[in-house]
Design a protein around this ligand. Structure first.
Ligand code: ADP
Ligand code: MG
Length: 514
């Protein structure tokens, strides 16, 4: 009896397990070489020829066209890592891959999948305890936050700019949005602009919108601006009954022209009389109106997109006005300074010191699109980790030191675990070794030697990581070198990798409909 359609494909038992494990491992393997400060970048070319150059695990996995469902689960590990804590995506994916690799060996030794799953969960619990023990004693102050930012950006194409000054900008941005209700991460935006070296990257105390003045004669800077936002077309009403004339004499023609001009002048007058000195409108502005407003020294931006209009409204406290007759001062927003600047093909409007929101923008500069794109990702990660570290106040040593410490604790506790489950718990520790091993391999060191040295240093000195410091690679206490990661990044990596690996291991039947 057939209960499945003839076209559906079914794999069962060991075959299903091993094909899933292989796919998951392969995906994790594909990002391994990008891990750490000496990690390499990947160039991804899509079918349309678009190129992305990146070192970011989540970005790589998402740009790759991955179809296998088990492999897709590793991509989800990176995605959830990115979503929850914003960094550690490569670590999480590589860890998940290695947990699968270890599971494969266990299955070959006839350890049952459920035993592996139980062992992994127990080991993950021990890992979380170990992470708690690794949390540094020192306060997470600006210096530590900068180290967190720098550690997350090393190895990213920061385009010649010293990571230190970028890290400073990132910390300043997060400090700006640190309120009694926690860090308002969403109030930090990143705006990229090609055309200058990345050294020109700076923090703008406000928002940036892609807009140019409606008229060349308008001021490019307005201080202490009173801002109106209009959803009103400042043009003659065409298609309107009032606007249709039967012209049979020159007098009537003149009267019609006068009526139009009067209408346009009326708009300009109403706005000038209202007291607004900067106007954003989502509709068009007639040239004549723009000229009149320019003569009054009013700065106008026309044809604003809805999201820009909303952003300006929320930053300045302006209420959007739907009819010119309703325009009154109560609807105005304000900002310390609005200025416009031309960048080659692009014009930008900077709205600084808006009255309503404490929004800040990291204005990212770089020579080419690839540079600013990768910089934007690196800064996005750094903003996330600094926010995470500031909120929890917990950081752990990076450079593999935390993974070495976790693995050590797991191995010690494994001794007290009975039966085959002990093998699974120990296997989890072996999987964790992938982080220091990979950091070593990516610096050209022998991974096994490095692991042995790191364990010995951990045994005798406590914290021991494989530090890349300029051209040097040394084994030392990462805290002393400022190589620190938020504790939550490690926790999330352990949890999401365990979840995906155990889910894949448990599957022994794959039924695919065609
Ligand atoms: P992920 O996507 O997992 O964040 P990264 O390529 O950003 O991958 O690498 C992060 C790892 O690099 C972390 O384990 C971090 O502690 C480590 N790291 C950062 N800076 C250094 C450094 N100077 N020396 C050694 N390891 C470092
Ligand atoms: Mg990172």
């Amino acid at each position: 009896m057939f209960i499945l359609s003839e076209d559906s494909q079914r794999t069962q038992g060991r075959d299903a397990q091993s094909s899933n494990i292989m796919a998951g491992k392969a995906v994790a393997e594909s990002v391994r070489t990008t891990l750490g400060p000496r990690g390499m970048d990947k160039m991804l070319v899509d079918s349309g020829g678009d190129v992305v150059i990146t070192n970011d695990g989540a970005t790589i996995l998402n740009e790759m066209d991955i179809e296998h469902p088990a492999a897709q689960m590793i991509v989800e590990v990176a995605d959830s890592q990115e979503e929850e804590v914003g960094d550690g995506t490569t670590t999480a994916a590589v860890l998940a891959g290695n947990l699968l690799g270890e599971a494969e060996d266990l299955i070959e030794q006839d350890v049952h999948a459920t035993t592996i799953v139980e062992g992994y969960h127990e080991a993950a619990e021990i890992a979380l305890e170990a992470i708690a023990e690794e949390v540094g004693e020192a306060d997470v102050d600006d210096e530590v936050l900068q180290q967190v930012a720098e550690s997350s950006m090393t190895g990213k194409g920061t385009g010649g700019l010293t990571a230190a000054s970028l890290a400073e900008t990132v910390v300043e941005a997060i400090r700006h949005v640190d309120t009694d209700d926690g860090v308002q991460r969403d109030n930090v935006t990143v705006h990229t602009q090609i055309g200058a070296s990345s050294n020109a990257t700076e923090l703008v105390p406000g928002i940036i919108v892609d807009e140019e003045p409606a008229h060349d004669g308008m001021p490019s800077t307005v201080e202490d601006a009173s801002i109106a936002i209009l959803d009103v077309e400042l043009d003659v009403r065409t298609g309107d009954v009032d606007a249709e004339y039967a012209i049979d004499s020159i007098d009537q023609l003149n009267a019609a022209i006068d009526a139009e001009e009067g209408e346009l002048e009326g708009y300009a007058e109403t706005i000038a009389d209202s007291g607004a000195d900067v106007v954003f409108t989502t509709e068009d502005v007639n040239d004549r109106v723009a000229t009149a407003l320019a003569n009054e020294g009013i700065l106008v931006f026309e044809g604003l997109g809805d999201s820009d209009a909303r952003q300006v409204a929320s930053a300045t406290g302006a209420r959007r006005v739907g009819a010119l007759d309703d325009l009154e001062e109560a609807d105005f927003g304000s900002a310390d300074r609005i200025h416009t600047e031309n960048f080659g093909d692009d014009d930008l409007a900077f709205v600084e010191g808006g009255a309503a929101a404490e929004t800040v923008t990291v204005f990212v500069r770089g020579g080419t699109e690839h540079v600013v794109d990768e910089l934007e990702r690196a800064i996005g990660d750094a903003l996330d980790v600094v926010a995470t570290a500031l909120e929890s106040g917990e950081v752990v040593p990076g450079a593999g030191a935390t993974e070495i410490a976790i693995a050590d604790k797991i191995r010690q506790e494994a001794a007290g675990i009975e039966g085959r489950k002990q093998l699974a718990v120990t296997a989890f520790a072996d999987a964790l070794d992938v982080v220091p091993r990979t950091l070593a391999a990516n610096t050209g060191r022998d991974p096994i030697d490095a692991l042995v040295d790191l364990r010995a240093a951990h045994e005798s000195e406590g914290r021991a990581g494989l530090i890349t410091d300029g051209d040097e690679v040394t084994i030392a206490d990462p805290f002393e070198y400022g190589v620190v990661d938020p504790a939550d990044v490690k926790r999330e990596a352990v949890e999401s990798a365990t979840e995906a690996a155990t889910m894949i291991v448990r599957i022994d039947d794959v039924i695919a409909a065609e």
